[in-house]
Design a binder for this molecule. Structure first.
Ligand code: PGA
Length: 249
């Protein structure tokens, strides 16, 4: 059985004060929650406040992006070592908003994925098709391409911590959710791609999260699918009660 991972992606929301406030309200709601792993990915500047707040809890901390080099003249970037120094154990890589607005490519996803695994950080690699691609019937090709390039020159042995998030771009922040069946089909395809690139053992273990308008109202139906191993939650993760309700679907 794969333990589900419920992850919050706060995107560009909340200051350090608002971060402390969130945890003050959120942590008591999930103190006894053992069934799933919980990770929260705030903006970079909130990481120290979040790291302090989660001490003694089972909640893990993640970042929303990172650079692949350890250090250097890379203005504006953050390295894996820096993330670890402030308590991050997880990192989101290749989110569709990074791909769409900030020039993230399949190749930079591959570099970041390898750097995260090298550093011992759990990478949550996002893949997913845009609406035009789904309508043109090329979803499978898009997912296959994203996986092939993301896993380029990666070995199954090194990829033990890999997590994938299937996020159909048309479902992100739109209120439209993929049906549990659409998601389960995509997840099965992705698991097949992991098997091809990284071996059957890893494919059986790898967790594939669903992301795109996950809310308290639809979390149970999505999480009940055997192929869905957790969620990556944007908008609905900003409110402590709503995120706790998703965690406890
Ligand atoms: P959403 O975002 O839950 O607001 O749709 C999900 C994501 O972008 O990770």
């Amino acid at each position: 059985m794969r333990k589900k991972l419920i992850t919050a992606n706060w995107k560009m929301y909340k200051t350090p004060d608002q971060t402390r406030e969130f945890f003050r309200d959120f942590l008591p709601l999930v103190t006894d929650h053992e069934r799933d792993e919980i990770a929260i990915c705030p903006p970079f500047v909130d990481l120290p406040a979040a790291s302090e707040a989660i001490k003694g809890s089972k909640v893990a901390l993640g970042a929303q992006d990172m650079y692949w080099e350890k250090e250097g003249a890379f203005t504006g970037e953050i390295s894996p070592i820096m993330l670890q120094a402030v308590g991050c154990t997880h990192v989101i890589i290749g989110h569709s908003e990074r791909r769409q607005y900030f020039g993230e490519t399949d190749d930079t996803v591959n570099l970041k994925l390898k750097a995260a695994l090298e550093a011992g950080i759990t990478p949550i690699v996002c893949v997913g098709e845009v609406l035009e691609e789904r309508e043109a019937g090329i979803t499978e090709d898009v997912l296959r391409r994203q996986c092939t390039r993301a896993f380029h020159k990666l070995s199954g042995k090194k990829a033990a911590k890999l997590v994938i998030a299937y996020e159909p771009v048309w479902a992100i922040g739109t209120g439209k959710t993929a049906t549990p069946q659409i998601a389960a089909e995509a997840h099965a395809l992705l698991r097949g791609e992991v098997a091809k690139a990284l071996g059957d053992d890893l494919a059986a273990k790898v967790r594939i999260l669903y992301g795109g308008s996950v809310k308290p109202e639809n979390a149970k139906a999505l999480m009940s699918e055997e192929e869905i191993d957790g969620a990556l939650v944007g908008g609905a993760s900003l409110d402590p009660k709503s995120f706790a309700a998703i965690v406890k679907y």
